[in-house]
Write a protein that binds this ligand. Structure first.
Ligand SMILES: CC(C)(COP(=O)(O)OP(=O)(O)OC[C@H]1O[C@@H](n2cnc3c(N)ncnc32)[C@H](O)[C@@H]1OP(=O)(O)O)[C@@H](O)C(=O)NCCC(=O)NCCS
Length: 210
């Protein structure tokens, strides 16, 4: 029988430790394990063989594909997407014979709203992905990624910019670009280090919770 919670679904093979929080409308699929101190928001999907450790926080609408382990110190804000087999880390200099367990030793890896991490990418602990940042498949992320930035490679390096709908942004000579799907416009800063959406052009996202 599935876990009979009134407001979320967990497959019968999933293990939900007593005390974990799983939000309304979330789904936890085969062989996944959510530890006691994990806090999962509404409308999240945890695919097959997902591990969520104590202290991990997921916002609303987070999608975690198969075979991802989220270790203590990981925070994912609303609408983060984690591709299959994404790898998190939480200790930068592990040694088997030197104890480095517990919150005092774990570094935070923080993914801001709407960030995407492609399949099989590795996030070295301590990095922060800005809003709607996009990490290409197979990358190794060793540094913070600005909002709307696209990075890939090993180590991951800036390769361009992506809209909130996941399209490459091509900026004109005035530093303006338009998302081909949503029509939302974006502005590149004069030093070309940051990108901001132009507020007046913001579309309603498909899953808008406004
Ligand atoms: C990063 C990404 C969005 C780029 O897509 P794109 O803009 O269509 O880029 P292109 O395919 O035109 O590739 C442009 C160049 O970047 C390279 N490239 C693209 N993605 C790359 C990646 N993840 N790592 C290294 N190089 C990459 C391509 O080889 C190509 O190089 P070339 O011009 O020398 O041939 C895409 O490749 C990607 O990784 N998406 C994530 C997919 C995923 O993991 N989904 C998970 C859910 S199923």
């Amino acid at each position: 029988m599935p876990h009979a919670a009134p407001d979320f679904y967990a497959h019968p093979t999933a293990v939900l430790d007593e005390g974990c929080q799983v939000g309304r409308g979330s789904r936890v699929w085969h062989f996944s394990h959510v530890c006691a101190g994990a806090d999962i928001g509404e409308g999240c999907t945890l695919g097959q063989n997902v591990f969520v450790a104590d202290g991990v926080r997921l916002g609303r609408g987070v999608k975690v594909q198969n075979n991802v382990s989220l270790y203590g110190g990981v925070v994912c804000e609303d609408d983060v997407f984690l591709g299959p087999s994404v790898v998190f880390t939480n200790v930068k200099n592990p040694r088997s014979a030197v104890p480095r367990q517990g919150p005092g030793h774990y570094q935070t890896t923080h993914l801001e709203q709407g960030a995407t991490v492609g399949a099989n990418a590795t996030l070295v602990c301590g990095v922060r992905l800005g809003r709607y940042a996009f990490v290409g498949a197979g990358s190794v992320v060793t540094r913070d990624v600005p909002a709307y930035a696209l990075v890939y490679g090993t180590p991951a390096r800036p390769q361009g910019w992506m809209s909130a709908h996941g399209h490459r942004l091509r900026f004109d000579r005035h530093g303006r670009a338009t998302c081909p799907e949503s029509g939302e416009q974006y502005e590149l800063s004069p030093d070309e280090k940051t990108v901001q959406p132009v507020a007046a052009t913001a579309p309603k996202l498909p899953k808008s919770r406004n």
